[in-house]
Design a protein around this ligand. Structure first.
Ligand SMILES: O=C(O)CCC(=O)C(=O)O
Length: 509
């Protein structure tokens, strides 16, 4: 017992020293990043990472010993092992090195690791092995804690243990490699979750929903819309496994059996975990589709007249804590609802006219995804949201609740716990004109998504719609014109009326 306590004491001191080293590590990383941003003329993260205590890690130091470049400044005596072991390749950027190594097959990648300490570190970058697994095995693998071990187990069919013990390399410095590990290891900071300014409603009637949220195109969190869903009580893991354990679901680049996905989700620590986002779950497992009903607010679903030719519209979403969706706008100018059955999701939303910080959409609107990962966005851009005039709408949506996502709104979502959700995108009379505008844009081939026949969707849809509801589009266009005229009139009177004092003034000055 005493021996145990002594050992525990030694262990504690070791841990304390390690924590100290980590604190030092992050402090210099933070300083380097801050300086780098200043040098780049960008004003963003500064205060966010100004102290080491700004970081809370879910796990200790980097398995291969990678440190941020700033640490090299502290340890003046040492040189960067990265350069020494690369020879003439040292002048290539870390990103370029990874791109080149990404062209190799597994055997060559494994051989490269024997060349030098530096190449050992580079060729063990787990995203390289992840790509190999996803390319070569598709969904036929069981995750073994890291992608290299997974590859060996799946491809070499190694029956013996494939447990890999990484060698910690001293004096290897790289911001690029460190950053992706840091993003995978950071805990979600409480201040990222603190702002909650969405409108929350319960007992909302359909008419109220349309008037207050759908027509004005404003998000709302509905707290009681799923009460009748059997899914809420049924969708435990055991139930999901019983009905769908063997079913492959789409998880980004691969289809994975649900059972294998859960194995992966239980142990994964990645910056961008694979995320189940399956548009065919209802066809694959009809029982799951029978476990929920479309909430009353969203029953008008005009794309349904296209039958089998409608674009993808409903998804089962499953992911571990820290998985999620980085900033994007939903396809085809549709609106959406997203209902949480298990877990919790943090939402950040911006209206169509405000591009979120750190997001750079292409001018033709074809590219609306964000290259930075979710954690990276929070780390580098969340602070900026506090200082901008236009604040995002934010909330945490819990099990049993749902968020209405109006068309054209930017949104980012991170799962705070393992989560299961259903989302559906829809067209109603409130966004029909906007959808039609979108479908008939000259670059529809690049813009329209979720269907094979992108170019003809506009034609097919309008022909069917006019046949079923003759004159309805024209009527909506007429109403929209009237609304615009009314808005113009209002803004004219706004300029001449001193609304605060209840009196009149002329708007010339
Ligand atoms: O990850 C999520 O739950 C959000 C899904 C989402 O953003 C979408 O369906 O557009």
């Amino acid at each position: 017992m005493i021996l145990f306590k002594i050992r525990a004491g030694v262990y504690e001191r070791e841990r304390e020293r390690e924590r100290e080293r980590e604190r030092e590590c992050f402090l210099t990383y933070a300083k380097t990043m801050k300086r780098k941003r200043k040098d780049d003329g960008k004003k963003s993260i500064s205060a966010e990472i100004s102290t080491a205590s700004a970081f809370n890690l879910q796990r200790g130091s980097h398995s291969y010993g990678i440190q941020p470049m700033g640490n090299l400044l502290l340890h003046t005596a040492s040189s960067n092992v990265r350069d020494a072991g690369l020879g003439n390749l040292r002048s290539l950027s870390d990103e370029m090195m990874c791109d080149i190594l990404g062209l190799l097959g597994a055997r060559d990648l494994a051989k490269v690791a024997l060349v030098s300490k530096s190449l050992y570190v580079f060729s063990h970058q787990d995203h390289l092995w992840r790509n190999l697994v996803l390319q070569e095995c598709q969904g036929n693998f069981v995750f073994k804690g890291c992608w290299r071990s997974t590859y060996i187990a799946a491809v070499a069919l190694a029956s013996q243990s494939v447990h890999h013990r990484p060698l910690k390399v001293r004096n290897f410095y790289s911001d690029y490699l460190f950053q992706s590990w840091l993003c995978a290891s950071l805990e979600v900071k409480p201040e990222w979750l603190a702002r909650d300014n969405i409108e929350r409603r319960h007992n909302l009637t359909v008419d109220d929903f349309i008037r207050d949220f759908e027509e004005p195109n404003k998000p709302v969190l509905i707290t009681d819309g799923l009460k009748s869903w059997p899914a809420l009580s049924k969708w435990e893991r055991s139930y999901m496994l019983k009905h769908a354990g063997d079913v492959p679901f789409s998880a980004g680049p691969v289809d994975l059996r649900l059972e294998d996905y859960f194995t992966y989700a239980d142990i994964v620590k990645e910056e961008r975990p694979l995320y189940i986002f399956d548009p065919k779950f209802g066809e694959k497992v009809p029982q799951l589709a029978a476990d929920y009903q479309i909430p009353v607010y969203f029953r008008e679903d005009l794309f349904s007249i296209l039958g089998k030719e409608r674009p993808d519209y409903r998804w089962l979403i499953i992911g571990p804590a820290r998985s999620g969706s980085s900033f994007h706008i939903d396809p085809n100018s549709t609106s959406a609802w997203n209902a949480v059955v298990r877990g919790k999701k943090k939402w950040v939303l911006y209206p169509p006219e405000v591009v979120p910080p750190g997001v750079h959409p292409s001018p033709d609107g074809a590219e609306v995804a964000t290259p930075v990962s979710i954690t990276e966005w929070f780390m580098n851009f969340y602070e900026e949201t506090k200082h901008r005039k236009e604040k995002p709408v934010e909330c945490i949506c819990e099990a049993g609740e749902m968020v209405f996502v109006p068309y054209g709104w930017w949104h980012l979502v991170i799962n705070l716990e393992e989560s299961i959700a259903i989302t559906q995108n829809y067209v109603s009379r409130s966004n029909l004109l906007s959808v039609l505008e979108f479908l008939k844009r000259p670059n529809a081939r690049e813009l329209v998504s979720g269907t094979h026949d992108r170019v003809n969707l506009f034609h097919k849809f309008t022909v069917k719609y006019e046949r079923l509801y003759p004159g309805s589009i024209e009527h909506l266009q007429h109403k929209a014109k009237q609304k615009k005229v009314l808005e113009k009139k209002t803004s004219f009177w706004d300029t001449v009326a001193d609304t605060k004092n209840g009196g009149f003034k002329f708007g010339f000055s």
